[in-house]
Design a protein around this ligand. Structure first.
Ligand code: OSB
Ligand code: MG
Length: 374
């Protein structure tokens, strides 16, 4: 399929509620949206880089630069057979996985539309059991101003039907908070995410989480670290999950070799795209790790692609893929809704991503737009 043109949008949408983590606070969420045009088809990708380099070194501005000046020129005018082609086309650009994943997502959408299958079906093609129809999901709750407020926020999500919550923690805002949440909800699956806010000096604090029956502790140590996590791992009882540290299937292999974790949070953007995310999935399954799909406060475009990944057989833990109304009202697509009876979201089945983009709403939230030259 000849890639004829690529449009890039920098959009900015208010989040329904403030989202605070150990690395910063977000109320207004910027991201980039790319549109591929090829043989009468239109395909979409989302770049989940943020305004500030808090989670990743990439920002909407670095991603705009890398996508416009390096990645789009490597694509326009070329014949795309399969999304896997992009890895070769992008080889001259080191790093910048969030920028690359945006265009790779659109390439999956495009080729799935061409093949007349959903993104999930195309991704699940190598496996005997096809994509699951509904994906188990939970909700990630940012740091609130008090313990009572956190309990109140948990309650509003439980009422909506979410069956698993993730609490963001940081030093000074950890054991007390989690203990109160556990006391309020003795049977609720609760997990915590530190976003790299601790060091090995904090082992004693992290051990105090041991008897709180948590589903997992996500990324307590350095955002590039694997080794220190392997030292922490045998010292705590809570299952250990890596997020930030896993930038590729190779990193997953290193983490497995060092026995640095029990679980991987797979974010396709963080590993450069869906083909690489599927490799992480395969390695994780082979090594007996548990897996789930993480989130980056995606719009409906990115959410459809998260759901496609989470439909693969190895993703057995609930993902950070909440309903659209937890993020944006309105969104730039029709909203994804929670199935409250089983805390799931239904995976789209139409060809490609299977979402309709609301072009008028996209226009309203666009700050800047460019179109590739032929
Ligand atoms: O660490 O998982 C994280 C959001 C932005 C950056 C990092 C993280 C998160 C989340 C939110 O936890 C997940 C979501 O609901 O999209
Ligand atoms: Mg995380």
């Amino acid at each position: 399929m000849k890639i004829e043109r690529i449009d890039l949008y920098h959009i900015s949408q208010p989040l329904v509620s403030n989202f605070a983590t150990s690395f910063g606070s977000q109320r207004q969420r910027d991201c980039l949206i790319a549109t591929l045009h090829s043989e009468g088809l239109t395909a979409w990708g989302e770049c989940v880089a943020t305004n500030d380099p808090g989670y990743s070194y990439e920002t909407v501005y670095t991603a705009w630069h890398i996508i416009s000046d390096f990645l789009i020129p490597a694509m326009v005018g070329r014949e795309l057979q399969e999304p896997e082609d992009l890895a070769g086309w992008f080889k001259h650009v080191r790093g910048h996985p969030l920028a690359k994943a945006c265009l790779e997502q659109a390439a999956w959408d495009l080729t799935a539309q061409r093949d007349g299958v959903s993104f999930a079906q195309k991704l699940a093609a190598p496996y005997a059991d096809g994509p699951r129809e509904r994906v188990k999901v939970g909700v990630s709750i940012g740091i609130q101003s008090s313990v009572m407020e956190t309990i109140g926020v948990i309650e509003t999500y439980l009422v909506q039907g979410y069956g698993r919550v993730k609490l963001k923690i940081k030093p000074g805002h950890d054991v007390g908070l989690v203990r109160a949440a556990r006391a309020a909800y003795p049977d609720l699956p609760i997990m915590v995410d530190a976003n790299s806010a601790y060091t090995l000096d904090d082992v004693a604090t992290l051990q105090r989480l041991d008897d709180l029956d948590l589903l997992m502790l996500e990324q307590p140590l350095g955002y590039e670290d694997i080794y220190d996590h392997s030292l922490l791992h045998p010292q705590i009882q809570t299952p250990l999950c890596l997020d930030e540290s896993i930038h590729s299937a190779d990193h997953a292999r290193y983490a497995i070799a060092l026995d640095a974790c029990d679980i991987i949070n797979v974010k396709p953007a963080r590993v450069g795209g869906w083909a690489e995310a599927r490799r992480v999935h395969d390695l994780g399954v082979q090594a007996g790790l548990s897996l789930w799909v993480g989130g980056m406060l995606e719009t409906g475009i990115g959410r459809a692609a998260q759901l496609a990944l989470a439909s693969l057989p190895g993703f057995t833990l609930p993902g950070d893929i909440s309903a659209s109304n937890r993020y944006y009202v309105p969104d730039i697509t029709a909203p994804f809704r929670l199935n409250p009876e089983d805390s799931t979201i239904t995976v789209p089945t139409k060809p490609g991503l299977g979402v309709e983009v609301d072009l008028a709403q996209l226009e309203r939230v666009t700050l800047r737009r460019s179109t590739s030259k032929q």
